[in-house]
Design a protein around this ligand. Structure first.
Ligand code: GLY
Ligand code: MN
Ligand code: MN
Length: 501
């Protein structure tokens, strides 16, 4: 089902006689189903209902988050969809990844799900999650529909889901009726994940005008991203898991560098992906495996270039846990095991900027402080090298260093790699750091291969060092300290793992 269709379209429709019709492949080999086979397939199945389940670990945390949401929007119906499958081509779909706000508020990651908070007359809300129930054995959906359980795997029954999530679970096929039915209620929806549900709600909200409805929905999204800025202890644990797995992925890549040299950057991407899939859900964003001059392209995800000795390999990658929290780590390593003098000079400056940036991460400091400090260190180095004309105040004031530093020094991290993207600027980029925030510190220097403003020896060198930092009451903790950062430590680390180094 595409995002444009309401959830019930995933289901069967009935023909004129009331018999179910399944959308099969036009050219599949089995077109007809005899009455005997249909009847036989209905029966002979064991009861597999799980009655031994316990709530998932995050259920109490999700309940607290829903309580905060309920308190902010009293008297209003709040709709938070998971999103649904997206067609990749013909009858194949992209791997599904549930919308982050839905995961945050439910702990669930089922395709087609939706959380609804219904306002109660006496204040507060009743929360329920709407899910696709188990496939129906009676009408054959479980084996005749491409989304049936025999094709895609067993789903939880609604009773099982309810136990796991600590929430009433209802059939998502009834949701359009619930939302579209009388009486109309003031409602908000997190947009961008389920156009079908948005359409159902829109018809109900025509009275308030499209612009006002959009503004109210935006307030809901902003509130949720504000809430997600400070991680609870369970989330910090998940982020540490994501980072630890990522560290192992980087170790894998180093051990496989000879294979990458014999093939391409794809081997680096593939080696990391194997770790991500075995230990987690996926990578949290497209892996950047950029060797040589490709490292000067910030989001180099083509990963089809050669990996050569004598060049640097910039690997920016993060494992996403099964609970959908992601790491975001970058290391830039010499493929040979040793930096050349010029590579080391660039690397050491970026490292100094990162050290200075990390030292600015503490409660009460402005979010911008670590960016400004790291940029200043880079600008000082570039002036000292004669690449930029001082004084440093002028360079920084005009932002001239940005020709070579290109991007901001970091961002919040969590369920999304660029987490809390629509949070209020006053709470995020113009706000102060608080314990429980997790952010990246990732300065870089990039000298484009065709940049005539830099000496030839620098052209084609790109270096970024990126760590995931938790703001603690005392200051900060580097969640990714398991990977070396200084040039000397990187070389020692490689020497232990590369036979030739
Ligand atoms: N990998 C994207 C970033 O570092 O922000
Ligand atoms: Mn990154
Ligand atoms: Mn990043």
């Amino acid at each position: 089902m595409t995002e444009q269709q309401p959830p019930e379209d995933r289901r069967t429709t009935e023909d004129a006689t009331g018999a179910p019709v399944f959308k099969g492949r036009k050219n599949g080999p089995y077109r007809g189903v005899s009455a005997e086979l249909a009847e036989w397939m209905r029966t002979g199945w064991a009861d597999t209902e799980r009655r031994d389940l316990e709530p998932v670990e995050q259920a109490p945390y999700a309940a607290k988050r829903r309580a905060a949401l309920s308190a902010r929007f009293p008297g209003e119906r709040l709709v938070v969809p998971a999103g649904d499958l997206k067609v990749r081509s013909n009858d194949t779909e992209y791997p599904f990844r549930a919308a982050s706000d839905y995961v945050y508020l439910t702990g669930d990651r089922s395709e087609g799900g939706c959380l609804v908070l219904e306002p109660r007359a006496d204040g507060g809300h009743d929360a329920a999650v709407y899910l696709l129930p188990r496939s129906d054995r009676d009408n054959g959906e479980f084996w005749l529909d491409g989304h049936g359980e025999l094709w895609t795997g067993r789903r939880h029954s609604l009773a099982e889901a309810s136990t796991l999530l600590g929430l009433p679970a209802r059939d998502v096929r009834t949701l359009a009726g619930v939302l579209g039915g009388a009486p109309a209620k003031p409602a908000r929806i997190v947009r961008g994940h389920d156009a079908g549900l948005e359409a159902v709600l829109a018809s109900d909200r025509s009275g308030e005008g499209a612009e006002k409805a959009a503004g109210r929905d935006e307030e809901l999204a902003v509130f949720l991203h504000d809430l997600r800025l400070v991680k609870d202890e369970w989330e910090v644990g998940q982020l540490q898991r994501a980072v630890d797995s990522t560290v192992r992925g980087f170790e894998d890549v180093v051990r496989m560098l000879p294979e990458a040299e014999a093939t391409s950057e794809r081997y680096v991407e593939g080696a990391f992906f194997l770790r991500a899939r075995v230990e987690g859900n996926d990578v949290g964003y497209g892996t950047i495996a950029a060797s040589g001059p490709n490292a000067t392209t910030l989001h180099w995800v083509r990963n089809d270039g050669p990996v050569r000795r004598g060049e640097l390999l910039l690997l920016d990658a993060g494992v996403e846990t099964t609970t959908l929290y992601t790491a975001d780590v970058t290391r830039t390593i010499p493929v040979s095991g040793r930096f050349t003098d010029v590579q080391r000079r660039v690397y050491d400056l970026v490292h100094a900027a990162q050290e200075a940036g990390i030292a600015e991460v503490r409660p009460g400091n402005p979010f911008r402080a670590y960016h400004d400090t790291a940029q200043r260190v880079l600008a000082e180095g570039l002036v000292e090298w004669g690449l930029l004309e001082g004084p440093v105040e002028r360079v920084v004031g005009l932002g001239l260093q940005r020709r070579y530093t290109l991007h901001g020094t970091g961002h919040m991290l969590g369920l999304d790699v660029h987490d809390c993207a629509v949070a209020r600027t006053g709470a995020y980029v113009d706000g102060l750091l608080e314990p429980g925030m997790v952010l990246t510190v990732e300065p870089g220097l990039y000298f484009q291969p065709d940049d005539l403003t830099v000496p030839e020896e620098l052209r084609g060198i790109g270096v970024r060092i990126e760590d995931d930092i938790l703001v603690t009451p005392e200051g900060n903790r580097n969640l990714s300290e398991g990977l070396p950062r200084s040039s000397a430590d990187v070389e020692a680390w490689l020497a232990d793992r590369l036979p030739r180094a």
